[in-house]
Write a protein that binds this ligand. Structure first.
Ligand code: ADP
Ligand code: MG
Length: 239
């Protein structure tokens, strides 16, 4: 079986403080992995390492059978979606979606085709000429997802994408992300501190605490057979 992502003995330290401690994770092609844990446990740091936004201290990261430990973010075949959307405020939605593709010198015809497809999948067609300020939070997050979608990446990384939205929008977009995954069937690594999100979205959940993976297993398995008291308490008592 080809692994989509392999994390091998990964350690990340800031100065003398180890934030990620000797982590090992294998993610299968097309798998939806959720990184779940309390604030400060290292979820964003791990995602940033996968994306190539942080240099790791020790270990290796492989994506699609290639050692990308020292590869540039743009060479990793990944797209990242942030909680804060990170859209360019001065550009329209179309501008935000096409920006990276234009930089990569993609022909206009292909860019238009990809934007049309993303707009259809994410239902943002009517918003293409608006600027981010004229969008709701949910619409902005769709555009942020669209930016990864048009790049045709192998792996989507999500860092708490729904945390800034109200409860109703959160559950709507959760359903959409699930639908997106069944349609595209690519690998997704999704960070959250929300147990419900983890249980509803994940093929497998990695429960983290203090930079260490406590348990990595299917939701049912974690729910029914937590490997220790921390996992039992964390997944059993929604905050
Ligand atoms: P999470 O996303 O799970 O809330 P983070 O990955 O953001 O956690 O942070 C994990 C730990 O690393 C925290 O204790 C945080 O204070 C620390 N940390 C994050 N970024 C830095 C940095 N640039 N320098 C020093 N410490 C950091
Ligand atoms: Mg975080």
């Amino acid at each position: 079986m080809t692994h989509s992502i392999q994390v091998k003995d990964l350690t990340l330290s800031f100065g003398s403080v180890s934030v990620l401690k000797n982590m090992n994770i294998d993610v299968a092609e097309g798998e939806f992995i959720v990184l779940l844990g309390p604030s400060g446990c290292g979820k964003s740091t791990l995602l940033n390492c996968l994306a190539g936004l942080l240099d790791i201290t020790d270990g290796e990261i492989w994506i699609k059978g290639k050692n990308v430990t020292w590869a540039e973010p743009s060479e990793r075949g990944i797209g990242m979606v942030f909680q804060s959307y990170a859209l360019y405020p001065q550009m329209t939605v179309r501008g935000n979606l096409s920006f990276g593709l234009k930089n990569a010198r993609m022909p206009k015809e292909e860019i238009d085709k990809r934007i049309a497809r993303a707009a259809e999948i994410l239902q943002i067609g009517p918003l293409l000429d608006r600027k981010p300020a004229a969008l709701s939070g949910g619409q902005r997050q769709r555009v942020a997802i669209g930016r990864a979608l048009v790049r045709d990446v192998d792996v989507f990384l999500f860092d708490e994408p729904l945390s800034n939205l109200d409860a109703k929008l959160r559950s709507e977009l959760r359903v959409e992300i699930k639908r997106l995954h069944s349609r595209l069937n690519n690998t997704m690594v999704y960070v959250t501190h929300d147990q419900i999100e983890a249980l509803t979205l994940a093929d497998r959940i990695a429960v983290m605490r203090g930079g260490i993976i406590q348990q990595l297993a299917a939701p049912q398995e974690i729910y029914n057979r937590p490997s220790n008291l921390f996992v039992a308490g964390f997944i059993g008592s929604p905050s």
